[in-house]
Design a protein. Structure first.
Length: 145
């Protein structure tokens, strides 16, 4: 879905090993990504959901796609078997087509619960031009490694 222009910067100092539960540090920046809201992203969204719910700018549901795209680009390589077990999004505003967004991925917390390794990530998405916060997503992942 996110076929807009994307650039990535990783804060994982060149270690090509998979991210493991033990490597995460609560409160640490994992990485950042730039994503442009492209006409192609909107076109693909319309193919799935139609255009009757589109207003000026980005469809609200596309926020989750952008959040997941930022997460998958910043937190890699990941071990096979992770489970996405929860999510939350807080919307403030939406970009217009052609605008660039800066996405920062932070490990908010990690803990063990009932034998599972749980990692909570926060993805802040802001306008590249003004740094104004657009939306924030929280992802709860059962980490396999």
């Amino acid at each position: 879905m996110t076929s807009g222009k994307i650039e990535q910067q990783s804060c994982d100092l060149g270690d090509v090993e998979r991210w493991t539960f033990d490597r995460f540090i609560s409160g640490s920046l994992i990485g950042s990504t730039l994503i442009e809201l492209s006409p192609e992203m909107i076109r693909l969204w319309k193919l799935i959901y139609g255009s009757e719910h589109l207003k000026d700018g980005m469809p609200r549901g596309l926020a989750q796609v952008i959040i997941m795209s930022a997460y998958t680009r910043a937190v890699k390589p990941r071990p096979p078997g992770n489970l996405h077990i929860g999510q939350y999004i807080k919307m403030h505003s939406v970009p217009k087509v052609g605008e660039q967004m800066s996405c920062e991925v932070v490990c908010v917390d990690k803990f063990k619960k009932k034998g599972m390794s749980i990692v909570i990530f926060e993805v802040d998405v802001a306008m590249m031009s003004t740094n104004a916060l657009l939306f924030t997503g929280r992802l709860t992942i059962s980490w396999a490694g």
